[in-house]
Design a binder for this molecule. Sequence first.
Ligand SMILES: Cc1cc2nc3c(=O)[nH]c(=O)nc-3n(C[C@H](O)[C@H](O)[C@H](O)COP(=O)(O)OP(=O)(O)OC[C@H]3O[C@@H](n4cnc5c(N)ncnc54)[C@H](O)[C@@H]3O)c2cc1C
Length: 550
Amino acid sequence: MTVDDDSDVLRAIERDLRSHYGAEYRVLASDSPHAALDLLKQLKLRNDGVALLLADQRMPKMDGVGFLQEARELFPEAKRALLTAYADTNAAISAINDASINYFFLKPWDPPEEHLYPQLDDLLEDWRASYRPEFEGIRVLGTRWSPRSYELRDFLARNHVPYQWIDVELSANDPETSRLLAALGPEGANLPVVLFPDGTKLLEGVPADVAQKVGLRTRAQTSFYDLAIIGGGPAGLAAAVYGASEGLRTVIIEREAPGGQAGMSSRIENYLGFPSGLSGADLARRAVVQAQRFGVEILAPQEAISVRTEGSYRILKLADGSELSCHALMIASGVQWRKLQAPGIDKLQGAGVYYGGGATEALSCKDEIVYVVGGANSAGQAAMNFARYAKRVVILVRGESLSATMSQYLIDQIKRTPNIDLWPHASVAEAHGEQHLEEISVLCSDTNKIERVPTNAMFIFIGAQPRTDWLGDVVERDDRGFVLTGPDLLWGGSRPKGWTLDRDPFLLETNVPGIFAVGDVRHGSVKRVASGVGEGSVAVQFIHQYLSKV
Ligand SMILES: Cc1cc2nc3c(=O)[nH]c(=O)nc-3n(C[C@H](O)[C@H](O)[C@H](O)COP(=O)(O)OP(=O)(O)OC[C@H]3O[C@@H](n4cnc5c(N)ncnc54)[C@H](O)[C@@H]3O)c2cc1C
């Protein structure tokens, strides 16, 4: 970057720099030091590198040395050089000593082959030797204990959007963080701040805005589909792959991120074909690629909020107010974590209290004591995952052991892991902390005493329930909200109320012809990845039969 208030000199130096360095470097020219500093701030926010700053010494308002000193605060590694008239030679020499200027050039510099390029080559060579290219993706600035930062990081991670996390509190003493905050100015207070490689930023970033910015699709391309699937967990993704590969125009509507609950699993070891297991994130990524290869449209984050029928059309209303219609609708909306009812839990959610896998948080728990609440496989997997980073992991279970609730292979792994402890007969009575979780009170049912223990991180895995209220009174559910399908709808041999077809509902069909339910959301389902995938694929066969008569 070169700065000179004299437009003739600026044009000349810019031309010489471009002709010699234009193929390798971007050359920026500015006629004012203040405008140049603003430009440097933008470059900082874009994570660009600056190799060289070349400023004229004599400029009104701010001289060259002043500019280079301020610019150094933002880009300390950039080489700094002055352009001076002969009369300013002394000032330039003292600037080399006092203001860490690397070099000064005398005007005019003709011929540049002799008086400019050799010296600049030298400076640039030097700069290049120590330059490490910056991270090129999205950067998120926030704090560990902010629920909004957590929500955003979790969203990016689950949607496989690469990002760099900068904890402004933890890295407060890091010079690069200070430079970034200086470049942001007062806007840096609106955390989480999301910086994009194109130089734009989002203050107090929320998933929906970031999704739009990174090109995740939230709006449907057309208004009609052969098959619309609610939920992008294993069941929904499997249905989409089978449906689209067999020619159905298919859309998935997913509220958070494709992968569903499985996407939160740190290691799935019982899914056929992966003898050494695979992470849920990996499974989700593979399934998404496979679905997209067959032309499946995935809208995420996007939520279905109601459904109605009009003749053979099933019409969905989405959270952004738009509607789309389809002939066959598949409910694959799975289950969500049950909330732990205890004082302090809601207040500290996202700030030390987390539901589910918390893969995003695992690294932050390095050398800490982590509490995992629950005794099912999901809790066991999470404990194994946290044990890789945390000093100690304590599993709290109400019962006296894990044997009734967890698979034996996980119980064995946990026993072999020295930094995992089991705390039986235990339940969380209260969570304490002002800004973030600091302690929990644990009720010990064998002694009837309450113990208060310090911790910064508690992960809750206490079972799940379907969230199917959005189906209104269109689709029949059991008393816990699970969707009834096939034979479960036949009471004493009679078909469901309002059923008009001269056949029984298909195996995975609901009380509304053409609306199907698969996976964990279905009454009586086996809550496993493989069974969700199986149901999703099998249902497509019934959908073909249904569509052949629509
Ligand atoms: C931590 C953990 C570990 C596990 N480990 C294993 C394991 O090792 N092996 C195994 O077999 N099983 C495991 N399971 C269980 C397995 O993940 C589930 O059985 C499986 O994911 C169910 O798949 P699904 O597609 O039916 O539903 P889900 O995976 O629950 O997916 C449903 C999706 O629907 C979306 N959704 C819900 N409502 C709406 C709406 N209104 N609009 C749009 N989208 C909506 C949700 O955001 C979600 O992404 C684990 C579960 C967890 C939580």
